[in-house]
Ligand binder design. Structure first.
Ligand code: ATP
Ligand code: MG
Length: 417
């Protein structure tokens, strides 16, 4: 099967918006063993849309078109496709009624312009859109099935689930590619590669993908097959093997984040956490409070950037700052311990470092960060030196802070080993 994708939207040609809908389509296609053979981006321009559609129809089995189904004058996908395929457009009153009903359900009157969204291409089936006002359309021309879906990613996703998945399943047979994701904290990509070396042969090189970002590696394991139970068994066995090879740095699967895992561990122990942050400015607190239900285990934070606030707010000794400087093991420890008692929490993370680009000295370069974790069984310290600019240093520091907490909660060895 040959598949193509056309994104419509002038904003996608500019500097501010990235075209991502094709990735969502590719992901669906991959599940069914179909590769995207062509992807094109055009502006909100009827001639350009018609030209691309004409070029693809007859040569591909599937063409997914996203965007340009809105109610405004620059939404021209319906017109472009009708023109390219020599079909007429006709307003479907029942579709107008559906759109009107959707507006009414929010207590709003449908604006007149929205009637345009009910212009249906001759021979097309309308795809209803419970997530927005723009209905999709599906039609077959010269052996090419065209699927017109909205540009809004969430609405597109819904229609891919409702319409594209079943269409693909019917044509590609029962074989489905299923993927499971394993996440690894604070190890270098090369370290992960080395550790999983035996898995390349055992699981198949083509079935493993490694994706790296600062402080986190994601491993994807893909399994193809018709039997869902057999697929699940192979996926579970593969992930167990990868966990065994990588060790305690694997922190979760799928949508898990370090902060969500830390939250689960605290919840299971009935313990609480807070943070005493300097160079991360509350980033760790932001991540922790981003977890739904965090109020059960997250108490609060003191962001103490200023020396005076480290002393007054956290109880750090002036003498310590004078003796070894604010970016030091001693101050990190005093921040964590002071924060732990002042916030009344079981665990407190102290973070002090040099995010850059300024503030470095020969002994204390940009990227140097001291962490201390104060907990019921004492305070631990870790010094790290991160590469990169301010954003990356702060991101990696928040990542290692959470990983150090996770390691303490699990009582497993040093992070990064
Ligand atoms: P619809 O067909 O849903 O009316 P539209 O093109 O008329 O789509 P827009 O208002 O242009 O709607 O786009 C809605 C939002 O979706 C915008 O934020 C836009 O940037 C985003 N979007 C549209 N197409 C894509 C794409 N291919 N990839 C990523 N984002 C997209
Ligand atoms: Mg658009």
């Amino acid at each position: 099967m040959k598949a193509a994708f056309l994104a419509v939207g002038s904003e996608l040609l500019g500097a501010d918006r990235v075209e991502t809908n094709s990735l969502r389509v590719s992901e669906r296609l991959r599940r069914h063993g179909v590769a995207l053979g062509r992807k094109v981006v055009v502006g909100d321009d009827e001639d350009e849309i018609a030209r691309e559609v004409r070029d693809i129809v007859g040569r591909f089995d599937l063409l997914v078109i996203s965007g340009g189904l809105g109610p405004t004058a620059d939404d021209l996908t319906r017109e472009g496709v009708a023109r390219a395929t020599g079909r007429s457009l006709a307003r479907a009153e029942n579709v107008v009624d559906e759109i009107r009903a959707r507006f009414a359900s929010f207590g709003r009157t449908m604006p007149e312009v929205n009637r345009r969204q009910a212009d249906v291409i001759e021979g097309a089936t309308v795809i209803s859109n419970p997530r927005g006002s723009a209905p999709g359309q599906m039609l077959t021309v010269d052996q090419t099935t065209l699927v017109l879906v909205p540009g809004v990613p969430r609405e597109l996703e819904g229609m891919l689930d409702d319409v594209l998945e079943p269409w693909l399943a019917e044509r590609t047979g029962a074989d489905v590619l299923e993927t499971r994701v394993l996440k690894v904290a604070c190890l270098a990509e090369s370290d992960v590669e080395e550790r999983i070396a035996p898995a390349w042969a055992e699981l198949g090189r083509e079935n493993l993908t490694i994706l790296a970002k600062p402080g986190e590696i994601t491993l994807q394991y893909h399994v193809r097959g018709a039997d869902a139970e057999a697929r699940d068994r192979r996926l579970a066995a593969g992930l167990a093997r990868l966990r065994e090879l990588i060790g305690p740095a694997t922190f979760g699967e799928g949508e898990a984040t370090l902060e969500s895992v830390v939250g689960e561990l605290l919840l299971a122990r009935g313990q609480t956490i807070g943070t005493a942050e300097s160079c991360t400015g509350g980033l760790v607190a932001t991540r922790l409070t981003g977890v739904a239900g965090s109020s059960a285990w997250y108490m609060g934070s003191i962001v103490a950037y200023d020396y005076g606030l480290k002393v007054g707010g956290l109880g750090v000794e002036w003498a310590t700052i004078e003796r070894v400087g604010a970016v030091s093991e001693e101050v990190a420890r005093e921040m964590a311990e002071g924060g732990r008692s002042r916030l009344g929490v079981d665990w407190c993370v102290g973070i002090t470092g040099i995010a850059g680009p300024g503030g470095a000295t020969p002994e204390k370069p940009v990227g140097l960060v001291h962490f201390a974790i104060a907990g019921p069984n004492g305070t631990s310290h870790r010094r790290a030196q991160f590469p990169g600019d301010r954003v990356r240093v702060r991101q990696q520091a928040s990542q290692l802070a959470l990983e150090l907490v996770r390691r303490r909660l699990l009582r497993v060895g040093e992070a990064g080993t």
